[in-house]
Each structure stands twice: as structure tokens, then as C-alpha cells.
Design a protein around this ligand. Sequence first.
Ligand code: 5GP
Length: 253
Amino acid sequence: MARRKKVYEGKAKILYEGPEPGTFVQYFKDDATAFNAQKKDVIDGKGVLNNRLSEFFMKGLAQIGVPTHFIKRINMREQLIRSVEIIPLEVIVRTYAAGTLSERLGLEEGTALPRPIVEFCLKDDALGDPLVSEEHIIAFGWASQQDLDDMIALALRVNDFLSGCMMAVGIRLVDFKIEIGRVWEGEFQRLIVADEISPDSCRLWDVETGQKLDKDVFRRDLGSLTDAYTEVARRLGVMPSNVTHATKPTLIN
Ligand code: 5GP
């Protein structure tokens, strides 16, 4: 088989050249990182779960008319995606206080916010992805005012969709991060959801028990990350149990 050209390797994914111009193959690794890669581990099966979960959310978004980069899943760890020009901002939507918002404003984690709040962070590992204001974004030219309005509208639609999906299976969507990319259709630019949507980039709490089912399990050493993500996938009916753990053959008596 011809070797594919690696275009980019990030902390959790690798991008390869796609089979056609304007496409990439996105490979989901098992690597987990937190606190700007100061904490690292390899979590068996995480890439398989995130590939499936991201497919599930991106397909659902397409069904309600939210454009995404997802074209099709290729195999357990890879999906075909549209190439986009990533806007260098992390778009975070919060419905409940947690994480850095709680730290910044002294809010107890889990406090319901008056309305969903959209925040932007500059994608810059060396600076630790700092929070930036709309003023900064416009002044430094990372996005235009029109882009900003479109990004907020897109992010809030994703929030409504994901919150509904999760609430239907007894999970509270506390917050999440998405990345948005530009594509050109003729003369027109369109913004579409890119990167991934998975428990790596969301906070997901069981509605009844408050149990964390997201990357905070890894960040805060709360148990098995694979078990948490498998539980999310199981509740959403995304994949049969066990397949992610099948790294070694097991003897059946
Ligand atoms: P916080 O700002 O509280 O750390 O994160 C808010 C939300 O955005 C959380 O759901 C968190 O998982 C997500 N998030 C923030 N920064 C990143 C990042 O660099 N990578 C990923 N995967 N998720 C992020």
C-alpha cells in the first residue's frame, strides 16, 4: 500500500493527505495530554472511541443543517474530512460553571449560568491558549466581525444540539470547545465546524450522580478514561461494548 503523506501531527490526532484535493484523512491517536501537555499518557482505545463519537456528533449536526468538515469514517481510527483553513481560536461554550471559568470568577463548579456563554481562546500552545476578547480578535485580524457573529451563532447551535443529545441519555453538557474553519464555495466563504467533538473537548456529567465522563477523569486522576468514554458511547448507542479493549486475544473457556 502506498505510504500516505503526513501533513500535521497534533497532540491527539494526525492529519494525512486525503485521496482527493481538498480532503484530509484524520487519524485519532490514543495519546492523552492535559495542562498544555505537562501531563501525558497513552489510553488504550481512546482514539477509537473519539473517532466514533466525533462521527456521531458531526453527522447529527449535518442532519440539522450545521455544516462540518466530516465526510465519512474510513475505519476504526480514521475519518475523511474536508480541508479547511482553521481560524486560530478555540470557541468555548459554557452552560454551567466549571474549569477555568470557575477559577477565574470564583464560581462553584456546576453553577447554572444565566445563559450560555461563548468564550474565545487563542490557539497557541506556547502561551497556554490564553482567553482573548472580541476586541483582540478584531484588532489582531484573527477573524472579522462577521466571522465572529457567525462563529457565535454556530457555537450556540452546536450547544443546543449537543445538550439535547446528552440530556436524552442522562448526561449534562457542562461546557465544550470547538474549532471552526473557513471553506470557500466559489467566491463565498463559509464557516464550518472542524477538528473533533468528543469527550476530550467537552465536560460531561451524569445527571443523577454528577460522575464525570470526560477528559477531567484524566486531568484530575478520577479513574479509567476508557471506561468513562465507553459509557458515553454506550449510552448514545454509538458502538457495541468491548471493541475498544480488544488489544489482545482472550481465551474463551
Ligand atoms: P476550561 O477553559 O474550563 O479548561 O475548558 C472549557 C472546555 O473547553 C472544557 O470542556 C475543555 O475540555 C475544553 N477545552 C479547553 N481547551 C481545550 C484544549 O486545548 N483541548 C481540548 N481538547 N479541549 C479544550
